[in-house]
Write a protein that binds this ligand. Structure first.
Ligand code: MN
Length: 258
């Protein structure tokens, strides 16, 4: 099994090491990751600057640091390491959750999206540490991944789909299991904070507290908050078929869906 691994926390991210150390037991691994942290870059790609690709020492694995974002890394990886394609694109393990609407901002998820666009089975992994001071239970993520790697790699899969996996940051003995759940909602309050610089000029810092209402039945948010790993199949076919039919009817426009 030929495996390409990227992330958005950068080549020095702890989660990248954990993911690579598990994946190497199941196949040939090549790592292509941003040379620095590029979290929340979403599905961006670098068009106006050259991409520089530097081989790096990664515990005996073939690995490259790229001055780009996860999408760049997947495409560079498919050019440099796997010109004939690969079997699996893995992205992560991100430090922090990618639940609900986080998916739309996430560079980690974008890495898996780019794999899916290239027709490759792809999976994004995140360790759901919710506050900066909370312990990151990498050992739980690593153990869960080891136990479930083969199932993930062999799971039913369709074109343009990928899996989004969130592992709660709790001890392995506290982990209650795994659930397939749907994308929930994760809304932030006080998203933009106004501050003053030393010269009294205002500046704004975006971040904010996530309003993690776990009261969302079936959601990835609820699943992880209850101590289960969430596995969410996602599709890049964003067409809302039911709504398309209603829109066509309301405008009296012809509809052309497969
Ligand atoms: Mn990140």
């Amino acid at each position: 099994m030929k495996i390409l691994i990227t992330n958005d926390d950068g080549i020095h991210g702890r989660g990248l090491k954990e993911l690579a150390n598990v994946a190497r037991r199941f196949g040939d691994v090549v790592i292509v990751a941003p040379d620095r942290e590029r979290s929340a870059c979403s599905h961006a790609m670098t068009l106006r600057d050259p991409l520089r690709v530097h081989p790096v020492d990664f515990d005996g694995l073939e690995a490259y640091a790229v001055n780009g974002v996860p999408v760049d890394c997947v495409n560079v990886g498919l050019t440099v390491a796997y010109p004939d394609g690969c079997d699996l694109v893995l992205s992560g393990i991100n430090l922090g959750p990618n639940l609900g609407f986080d998916i739309t901002y996430s560079g980690t998820v974008a890495g898996a999206m780019e794999g899916a666009i290239n027709g490759i089975r792809s999976i994004a992994f995140s360790l759901a540490v919710f506050v900066a001071e909370a312990p990151a239970h990498w050992e739980t993520a690593s153990k869960w991944l080891e136990d479930n790697f083969e199932a993930l790699a062999a799971a039913p899969w369709e074109d343009l789909t990928f899996l989004n996996v969130n592992i709660p940051s709790i001890s392995y003995s506290e982990l209650r299991g795994t659930r397939v759940a749907e994308m929930g909602k994760r809304v932030y309050k006080d998203r933009v904070e106004k501050r003053d610089d030393p010269w009294g000029r205002p500046y704004y810092w975006q971040g904010g507290m996530a309003l993690m209402s776990a009261n969302q039945p079936h959601s990835d948010v609820k699943t992880v908050s209850e101590g289960f790993v969430s596995v969410t199949p996602l599709s890049l076919n964003w067409t809302q078929r039911a709504l398309a039919e209603q829109v066509a009817r309301s405008g009296n426009w012809p509809i052309d869906l497969s």
